[in-house]
Design a protein around this ligand. Structure first.
Ligand code: ARG
Ligand code: ZN
Length: 871
């Protein structure tokens, strides 16, 4: 049963204060809550019963109203809700409930991860702890008492400040935390265990000293230094760029091994999946370093964009997530290279979010309905949501955008608000009309823009015609035109920027605002027929098409003033070549190259003025997943064949260049996760993969040597992956050696699981099945499931077996996992939801597995994804 945005009503009751007591215990944990409640004066339902949310795993022991213990006839338990009909206008409700964290396999609410107790309450996890008004527009001041055996659980944490710690007569320790900032229950957190801590301090812009603490299990405490530095950089950046200062006296982060998502922004007590927090040069790759920094920043930034100003209801999730992703992207761009960061983010968006937008789960950034909110922590809400905020930034300019964010935080501090409120603040502060722009929040699907042009040499005018269209998505057959910012420049045939006039404004870059289905833009003083560099910096999340010749693309690749568009031109060239090869493969023809891509790549490799990271990004061929997104009908094996063929052709033609690039971009000195070194390593390792692909025996030895002598995980794992994916005859030995070396480092073992599962072999399904029995695997741990089954999903030959055995294997795992952890099971369904686009012989097999899943009793999570996929 779905719930709808249009049905929103303010809560009939409010909870001014929430007092919680947890008696932590290995068998049964007792939770006592005292809720200081009153009827909401803004609600019209002034006789409505009190309805509190609970869960099937919460056992009610006693409920009292202002000291009157309610007899069983005076309350009802229906569908996990506690309903009390007769209430006063002001009262204290006391509830005693029992829970069993050790049996909580959903990892929502209070659960055990290795030796500790921890929580995950977003979105609706708090109801698995006790009965509550578990909705984000009910904000309350929390006081939390934790009672536990301090010999086993010496660390006892919750939100806010610790206000007392005492030894009780029974030998247990009682610790009280108080959080002065009202918050919804989804931001509640509790952690208790035998943990080590790293301490630091941060002095805010107004000279307040904040205590910083990162907690981990003892064996990991040597891997938190990088996260601590990243935290301090984030705190400074938010002051400098947004004027946002931290507000409590203490900020804590805890790493846990079992976690459904990446991390969680609980007030003053962030909880992280250890894979997103721990880092050391020997065990962590460059990518993961950057990810740790970005996620630390993301969760920290939520303190303002999410916690001080939160969401009215879960339909508004992008209010905090889209904005916070935009903030963390800008932060990472400032810390490293903005062009590289933009390319990575856009590449991810175009691959994964565009695919979501084109599939059965397509939804607007602000969904209109859902069955299970956990299913809506999506690329659309997060990444497309961030693009919407970025477009507002582009349309307003940096200065007005800052005025808008200041107004937003000032106007709504302490409130639970909507995406409309965010846009209103931006509009009010800038005077820019965003009425039409707001359609971006409610319309699903990726808009397509078709561009045509005309140049008149005589009058030196150039006309661009832009047509926009958004394809139908489930439940949204017709779409309205959007307000789309298109940043562009024009360049001449030697690659120079042309300074031209548009609406009386002369510049070498212009911002067009496309608002109609079709619009013509005119440029004057255009000295020569230009090549347009369109959608610079990817100024809008759209699919843009213009009929570029290969020569145009090579020109843009070598000389566009916009670094992002140089990458984009390189991608387009490669996509064009690959699409031709894919067609040849599907038709059963012999593959052969048709373009001058190789020459283009050669000049990139030889251009010493370029950032090696950009060269690596351009030389990295479009992924299988991206080519699948672009395809009308997906032929996985043809895509694989085409990519392999192209890679080999490039490798053979440029063998000497790759060997040279490999030597040239060696990094010396101590490992540092900094842009310059990361750039060199990325190009060096990409060059090595081509070099090995070229068939040169020297490269084989270099791969092994790098694997054995690397002093950092980036280089070691790169060598291993290259060996595995390019058919190195020592691949088996290296995989074994790697496991032997790292078997006691779970995060490294997870990388090994993923790589092993993605290895293309005849008997890959049998291999993956065997890995599920391996000591390194554990179905209870989401990271391990993601590694193994995620790796399997990338194993094209195995997953897309024509007999459907790959789909069957995944469906079997989904059904098993759904009984334990619905959120994780639901995420695993994604590859199967793409069945309509698959080649017919695969499509029927996928659909059959969806139907087989559907015939079972399912969680809401999996039910929603599967039923919508089959609809
Ligand atoms: N708010 C968290 C973040 O993006 C994610 C929490 C996701 N939780 C969930 N149950 N889906 O930082
Ligand atoms: Zn977030």
């Amino acid at each position: 049963s779905a719930i709808y945005l249009k049905d929103y009503k303010v809560p009939p009751f409010l909870i001014d204060k929430t007092e919680l007591t947890f008696e932590l215990d290995e068998a049964t944990t007792v939770v006592t809550s005292k809720l200081h409640m009153r009827r909401n004066p803004d609600s019209t339902e002034n006789t409505a019963p009190l309805v509190l949310d609970g869960g099937e795993d919460v056992k009610l022991v006693a409920v009292a109203m202002d000291d009157y213990v309610l007899p069983s006839g005076e309350y009802q338990l229906v569908d996990n809700q506690l309903i009390i009909t007769a209430t006063a206008d002001n009262f204290v409700l006391t509830c005693e409930t029992l829970i069993e964290p050790q049996n909580n396999t959903r990892l929502e609410g209070l659960y055990r991860s290795s030796s500790m107790f921890c929580t995950q309450c977003e979105a609706e996890g708090f109801r698995h702890i006790t009965y509550y008004l578990d909705r984000p527009d009910v904000m309350s001041v929390f006081t939390t008492r934790i009672i536990a055996d301090a010999t086993k659980y010496p660390v006892m944490l919750s939100n806010g400040n610790e206000i007392s710690r005492e030894l009780q007569e029974d030998g247990k320790t009682s610790v009280v935390w108080h959080d002065p900032f009202p918050k919804p229950a989804y931001l509640f957190a509790l952690v208790s265990g035998n943990l080590e801590v790293k301490n630091d301090t941060f002095v805010t812009q107004s000279q307040r000293e904040v205590k910083l603490q990162i907690f981990t299990e003892a064996h990991n405490i040597d891997k938190v230094d990088y996260a601590m530095e990243a935290l301090k950089r984030s705190m400074r950046w938010d002051e400098d760029v947004y004027g946002r200062e931290y507000d409590l006296d203490i900020f804590m982060i805890v790493a846990v091994d079992d976690f459904n998502m990446g991390a969680m922004e609980n007030k003053g007590l962030n909880i992280f999946n250890s894979s997103c927090l721990l880092a050391s040069p020997e065990t962590t790759t460059d990518d993961t370093y950057l990810r740790v920094e970005a996620i630390v920043a993301h969760e920290y930034f939520h303190n303002w964009s999410g916690n001080r100003v939160t969401c009215r209801d879960w339909f508004q999730l992008s209010l905090k997530e889209g904005f916070t992703v935009f903030r963390d992207q800008s932060f990472s761009a400032d810390m490293h290279s903005d062009t590289v960061k933009r390319v990575e983010d856009v590449s991810f968006l175009k691959t994964a979010q565009f695919a979501e937008d084109a599939g059965p789960m397509a939804h607007p950034v602000r969904p209109a309905s859902f069955i299970e909110i956990s299913n809506f922590y999506t690329l659309t809400v997060y990444e497309k949501g961030a693009e919407i905020v970025r477009m507002i930034h582009t349309l307003l300019g940096a200065e007005n955008f800052r005025k808008g964010s200041d107004l937003y935080f000032e106007r709504h501090d302490g409130q639970a608000v909507t995406c409309d409120d965010f846009v209103a603040a931006m509009q009010d502060a800038s005077g820019v009309d965003l009425t039409q722009f707001k359609r971006w929040y409610s319309q699903a699907g990726t808009p397509q823009i078709r561009v045509t042009d005309e140049y008149d040499a005589q009058s030196q005018t150039y006309q661009l015609t832009l047509q926009q269209e958004t394809p139908a998505t489930p439940g949204q057959p017709t779409k309205l035109p959007l307000h789309i910012p298109v940043r562009l420049g024009l360049i001449d045939e030697s690659g120079n920027a042309l300074s031209v006039s548009s609406s009386g404004h002369v510049s070498d870059e212009h911002l067009l605002e496309l608002t109609e289905a079709e619009q013509v833009f005119e440029f004057t003083q255009v000295a020569t027929k230009p090549v347009p560099s369109l959608l610079r910096g990817f100024s809008a999340p759209v699919k843009l098409s213009y009929d570029y010749s290969s020569a145009d693309l090579l020109l843009l690749l070598s000389s566009d003033q916009d670094g992002f568009n140089r990458w984009n031109a390189g991608q387009q060239l490669a996509v064009n070549e690959l699409n031709t090869l894919i067609e040849q493969a599907v038709a059963g023809e012999t593959l052969s190259l048709t373009s001058n891509l190789v020459e283009g790549f050669k000049s990139l490799l030889q251009d010493a003025s370029l950032d090696p990271a950009m060269v690596a990004l351009i030389l990295n061929l479009p992924s299988q997943a991206y080519l699948s997104e672009l395809a009308q009908v997906i032929h996985p094996n043809a895509i694989k064949q085409a990519r392999q063929y192209l890679k080999k052709q490039i490798a053979e033609s440029l063998q000497a260049d790759f060997a040279q690039a490999y030597q040239q971009h060696q990094v010396t000195g101590q490992y540092q996760a900094e842009a310059k070194d990361i750039a060199s390593r990325s190009l060096k390792n990409l060059a090595l993969s081509y070099w090995l692909e070229s068939g040169d025996d020297a490269a084989k030895q270099v791969v092994v040597a790098q694997f054995e002598s690397a002093d950092n995980m980036t280089d070691q794992f790169a060598a291993l992956s290259i060996a595995v994916h390019h058919g190195h005859d020592k691949a088996d030995d290296l995989l074994d050696a790697f496991y032997q070396q790292w078997q006691n480092e779970p995060l490294v073992v997870n990388k090994w699981l993923m790589l092993s599962a993605s290895r293309e072999q005849e008997d890959a399904i049998a291999k993956v099945t065997a890995l599920m029995e391996h000591e390194a695997f554990d179905l209870k741990n989401p990271n391990k499931v993601r590694s193994l089954l995620g790796g399997f999903g990338q194993n094209i030959a195995a997953f897309h077996q024509v007999d459907g055995s790959g789909y069957q294997f995944l469906a079997d795992q989904i059904l098993v996992l759904d009984k334990r952890n619905p959120q994780i099971a639901s995420r695993l369904c994604t590859p199967l939801t793409r069945w309509k686009k698959m080649a017919p012989e695969l499509s029927v097999k996928m659909k059959a597995e969806l139907e087989r899943i559907m015939a079972n009793e399912l969680s809401k999570d999996v039910y929603e994804v599967i039923s919508k996929s089959l609809a």
